[in-house]
Design a protein around this ligand. Sequence first.
Ligand code: HQG
Length: 181
Amino acid sequence: MNENTAKTVSKFLSLVLRHSPEKIGLKLDENGWADVEELILKCSQKGNKLDKVLLDYVVENNDKKRFAYNEDETKIRASQGHSISVELNLAETEPSEYLYHGTVGKFMENIQKEGLKKMSRQHVHLSKDKETAIKVGSRRGVPQILTVRSGAMHRDGFKFYLSENNVWLTDEVPAKYIEFK
Ligand code: HQG
C-alpha cells in the first residue's frame, strides 16, 4: 500500500468523520458512526477513491489508530477529535497522577488565565506521556509542554475518559491544575 495514499485517505476521513460529514452528504449517527458502504460510495463519488481494502489498511495501520470499526465492520467512526457533537459513550476512567498537553507559546498567556478549553473540539485532549505531547504541540510550532495534575482534578470530581486510541479526554482543565514550567 502506498503510504501517501493512506495518509491522504486518513486526512479525508478525519475531515468527514470528525468535522464535516455533509461535505460528501454523509450522515453520522449520534455516536459518530458512519455506515461503511455509504462512506465508501460517497467518498468515491466525490473523487476520493476508496474501497474496503484501502479502508481496512488505514484503520489497521494509521499511526494514531484514529478510526475504528464496530464489531461486524459495517460501521466506522473516528475515535476522538470531533468538532461536531457526538456521544462517544466512553467509560469514565481514573487518570494517572499527571497527564500532559502539548501546545505553543502564543497560547500560553491565555491558558495561564483561563486554563485549557475545548476550543473547537468536543474535549480537551491530553497525553499520557511527554513524548506524545511534544508531537501534538509540534503540529503548531515549537512545542510547550504543560503538566496537568489530573489525579488532583479527578479527586476534585472532574471526569476523564480514555478514547479507544488512548487519548485522554476531559471537558476543561482549570489553570490551578496546570504546572507551567
Ligand atoms: C490551545 C491531534 C488559548 C491548545 C492531536 C491547542 C490531539 C488554548 C489549541 C488532537 C486554550 C486547540 C487535539 C486557551 C487550549 N487559550 N489556546 N484557553 N486552551 N488552547 O487541535 O490538543 O492528529 O483542538 O493548546 O494529536 O492541539 O488530529 O487541540 O493548541 O490528540 O488525530 O488550542 O488532535 O490528533 O487545538 O489536538 P486542537 P490539540 P489528530
